[in-house]
Design a protein around this ligand. Structure first.
Ligand SMILES: *Cc1c(COP(=O)(O)O)cnc(C)c1O
Length: 395
């Protein structure tokens, strides 16, 4: 069916791909062993670092985010190693616990709330109790895409340091990198994992590992079998501008363009824009009288907002009505939140009017679906977007 205008892709990834990025991909594929490719990959690998806020190498795989999660585990760990994975929602399970168990790691899945980020106090307690230093890595999802709760990585790192525990810190920043302030070096993260299709504004298909010196050192002794995902040949080839196998050349054109866009806007401005949009979305939800999934204002996600529908009202029916009537996709409830929650993605290439249009679609959908709510969410969001002090919010 042909539909007029543009589809509103307001799921929390894949996100809207800017026209500039689409145009950049629309170029002939070049020889990946030639000099032009080496220039492209050197430029891309260099301008990726500030987005992770790292001075160290970033590895780019032709893979989805889940592939990059697996790469983080198998490059740093050995069979039977104990890994502490903080439960935050669906992604801490599906992207981390599930593959880690399949890889033969001894997973300690630390129970947590699906309405909160990972608890620094609980992490510290668990690490202090590990007097034998059996835990080799701690895994945290920075922005839990299923709940819209963000874990406070700086506080979690402080908890690890005050427990004096040497475990590696592996962070999933798939739905936060390029949207929410994230500091790989300052927070002493050992492996940061992300994917192309969320804050980086690209189509799906690239996975990333930013790696610390300590992670590289761990990889020299890690004994989980690795071939395709092995960092070593990647780092060696990348140093000369090449890859050990055929890279996703056209996605690298796209990445070069998207990185230019992020740097032109300026990362502090990118983060501030996401924060304004998130605040406006939450203002709308509050005015509607609906409940946010995230319970702690310190942990509100700036890249998506997950909202409960009232008891007895199916969130997927609301989503289906909005898709059918307004040609807008919203995120579904995942795992234990299925049917109870819808998620508004507001990350990546988004401006005020796109956000306002998105929230209008939600409010009209609530009416059509007969979901009890108060009117006025849109006015509250527009107030938030035009409040002068909000406009001045800096880095
Ligand atoms: C999207 C996402 C993933 C998985 O990425 P894929 O590209 O779908 O494999 C992992 N973790 C988080 C937090 C995500 O949002």
């Amino acid at each position: 069916m042909t539909r007029p205008g543009r589809h509103f892709l307001q799921i929390p990834g894949p996100t809207n791909v800017p026209d500039r990025v689409l145009r950049a991909m629309d170029s002939p594929t070049i020889d990946h062993r030639g000099p032009e490719f080496a220039r492209l990959s050197r430029e891309v690998l260099e301008s990726l670092r500030p987005v992770f806020q790292t001075s160290r190498p970033v590895i780019v795989y032709p893979a989805s985010g889940t592939g990059a999660c697996e790469a983080a585990l198998i490059n740093t760990l050995s069979p039977g190693d104990r890994v502490l994975i903080m439960e935050t929602g669906w992604f801490s399970h599906i992207a981390w616990r599930h593959p880690a168990e399949k890889l033969g790691l001894a997973v300690d899945y630390v129970a947590g709330s699906w309405r909160r980020g990972a608890s620094p106090e609980l992490l510290e307690e668990r690490l202090r109790a590990d007097t034998a230093r059996a835990v080799k890595a701690v895994v945290v999802v920075h922005n839990e895409t299923s709940t819209g709760a963000t874990s406070r990585i700086a506080d979690l790192r402080r908890a690890m340091n005050s427990a004096g525990h040497p475990a590696l810190l592996i962070v999933d920043a798939v739905s936060s990198l390029g949207s929410i302030d994230y500091r790989h070096d300052e927070w002493e993260v050992d492996v940061t994992v992300t994917g192309s299709q969320k804050g980086l504004m690209l189509p799906p298909g690239l996975g990333f590992n930013a790696i610390s010196e300590k992670a590289v050192a761990a990889s020299r002794h890690a004994r989980l079998p690795k071939a395709y995902w092995d960092w070593e040949p990647m780092l060696k080839n990348n140093a000369a501008g090449f890859f050990p196998y055929t890279p996703a050349t056209n996605l690298l054109y796209a990445l070069r363009e998207a990185l230019s866009m992020l740097h032109e806007e300026g990362l502090p401005n990118v983060f501030a824009r996401h924060r304004r949009h998130a605040e406006a979305a939450r203002a709308a939800v509050r005015a509607w009288g609906l409940e946010l999934v995230c319970e702690d204002p310190r942990e509100y996600s700036n890249s998506l907002t997950a909202v409960f529908t009232p008891d007895g009202h199916d969130a997927d029916r609301l989503r289906a009505i909005i898709l059918e009537t307004f040609d807008m996709s919203l995120g579904t409830g995942l795992g234990q939140l299925a049917g109870k929650v819808f998620r508004i993605g507001h990350l990546g290439s988004l401006n005020d009017l796109m956000l306002a249009g998105t929230l209008c679609g939600v409010e009209m959908g609530l009416r059509l679906a007969g979901i009890p709510h108060r009117p006025g969410g849109i006015v509250a969001a527009l107030d938030a977007l035009t409040a002068p002090e909000k406009k001045l919010v800096g880095a």
